[in-house]
Design a protein. Structure first.
Length: 502
């Protein structure tokens, strides 16, 4: 997560406005996950189409937009700090407007407006097209002039039975939130929505679905993002084909739960079917999806990953815990035994599978033996990559009212301990890669030292996993960022690898 302003290449002749004003300059900060980044790219695309110019220099921006994250405590703090930092810039500099968008708005709409008077407009996750009105660009030639017009081409599908059942159980209720509208976001972009990519020109995210119907008791994403809804497959395909035509070689599919893709469209194994279609796109070298739900990984999905060379042998499945009793209280189900069986099946069907997961430590009532069970599970499962979050109390989440809250210091200790366990697993796994050959996507000079280049293999999803540093390139070989090379791993650290280009 970073609070630097996003930049993107801006084509020359976009401003078809009749008047001769200089284009409005917009500074954009995007916080949080790739799903939020896609929302930022859609808002930037709408602004660009309306004739605005994006700037990476906050000092010269007429309008500053902060797209916030509200996932856990530290993400909220980062969002608020960034808004305050941009409010200071607005007070001292040229900016006339400060706009706040994203999850924090869905959760704290009134509080932001009441407590930070420098904020001129707020935009929820379902109101992306309001960015034009908020920046005084509504009424330009954009076909997405306001929310009403923007909504019309978007097909809002009826939600699935799970959503209706959860609705009846109060899963989507926001009534305890101060100032929150009771209307859930229903927005979902499509292939005709303008979008300005901020990722390197060879890779892009595609959001295939939005919202979530799962009942996880620690999570308020369903209240923030609404019921689960999938984009039409034709829309995803059209966007993917256009991206590949423009030079994209790696596509990462995102959504709160990608493995439910298509259920609301009446598709069985929708994600597997979508992956198969994407795999047929010539020149698309790597396809992967993030955020699988454990019991939605079907044999057909695994077989599809195994069958197509350009579908990365990579699964990111956040398991959240391994103790059956904790998972029950998390309202997720499963446990170490079930998970180990399912991991064994995944590895059997997909040779060389790379597995990523994440866990929450310090969930209310987590006893020492339950935590130990999680550590043992991590030792046995041998994940390639693992993220760990300290439990954070979210008002409005079912876990908020559970007894047995643990002191922050104890949660911190357990988090450190789990990371220590995984460091040992990772060291062993990375060491076993030394001497092996991989296709490597070169990303350019290393951000850590100018003496090295940096790249990724199919084991590394953009931005979240470790890195591959390249310290040896054959003499006279021209090396261009965004190109694929054959490489050999020559050394391994706990998480990062060193490679030579062959
Ligand atoms: S599946 Fe993910 S987004 Fe959905 S409720 Fe559970 S944790 Fe939240």
């Amino acid at each position: 997560m970073s609070s630097t302003l996003l930049t993107a290449e801006i084509p020359d002749q976009l401003d078809e406005r009749k008047h001769s004003q200089r284009p409005k300059k917009i500074g954009f900060v995007s916080l949080g996950c790739p799903k939020n980044l896609v929302d930022s790219e859609v808002m930037m695309g709408l602004l660009k189409q309306a004739g605005a110019e994006l700037t990476s220099n906050a000092e010269e921006a007429d309008v500053i937009v902060v797209n916030t994250c509200s996932f856990i405590d530290c993400a909220k703090r980062e969002s608020v700090d960034t808004i305050l930092e941009m409010a200071r810039l607005k007070a001292q500099g040229r900016a006339r407007k400060l706009v706040v968008a994203g999850c924090l708005v869905e959760r704290y709409r009134d509080e932001i407006q009441k407590n930070i008077p420098e904020v001129d407009a707020v935009i929820g996750t379902g109101e992306l097209a309001r960015i034009l009105a908020a920046t005084d660009l509504a009424g330009t030639n954009s076909p997405h002039k306001n929310l009403q017009e923007q909504r019309s081409p978007f097909v809002i599908l009826p939600s699935r039975p799970e959503a209706e059942a959860r609705w009846a159980q109060g899963r989507f209720s926001r009534t305890t939130w101060d100032g929150a509208s009771s209307e859930l976001p229903t927005y979902l972009y499509n292939e005709t929505t303008p979008r300005m990519l901020t990722t390197p020109k060879y890779c892009a995210y595609i959001k295939i679905a939005e919202g979530c119907d799962h009942p996880c008791s620690f999570c308020i994403i369903p209240q923030l993002r609404g019921k689960f809804r999938s984009r039409a497959m034709a829309s995803v395909m059209a966007e993917a084909e256009r991206l590949v035509c423009s030079g994209v070689r790696e596509i990462t599919l995102v959504g709160q739960d990608t493995t439910c893709y298509g259920e609301d469209l009446g598709l069985e194994d929708g994600l597997a079917f979508l992956l198969k279609q994407l795999a047929a796109i010539t020149d698309l070298q790597w396809i992967r999806f993030l955020y699988a739900y454990p019991n939605k990984i079907t044999p057909r999905l695994l077989e599809t990953i195994a069958k197509y060379e350009n579908i990365c042998s990579y699964i990111d499945v956040p398991l959240q815990h391994a103790s059956p009793s904790i998972l029950r209280r998390m309202k997720r189900g499963g446990g170490a035994e079930v998970f180990l069986r399912s991991i064994e099946r995944m590895r059997r069907i997909i040779p060389n599978l790379v597995l990523r997961t994440s866990f929450i430590v310090g969930f209310p009532g987590e006893s020492e033996p339950e935590f130990e069970q999680l550590c043992d599970f991590v030792r046995h499962a041998e994940f390639d990559w693992m993220g760990t979050f300290a439990y954070s109390d979210e008002e409005g989440a079912a876990a908020y009212s559970l007894d047995g809250k643990l002191p922050a210091a104890e949660i911190g200790r357990r988090r450190k301990e789990l990371l220590r366990v995984q460091r040992q697993v990772s060291r062993k796994k990375k060491k076993a890669l030394v001497g092996k050959k991989f296709r490597l996507l070169l990303e350019g000079p290393s951000l850590e030292t100018a003496l090295l280049l940096e790249g990724r293999t199919e084991m590394h999803a953009p931005d979240i996993d470790g890195k591959v540093f390249i310290n040896d390139v054959p003499e006279g070989r021209s090396i261009v960022a965004g190109e694929f090379f054959d490489a050999r791993i020559t050394a391994a650290h706990d998480y990062d690898l060193i490679a030579e280009i062959l």
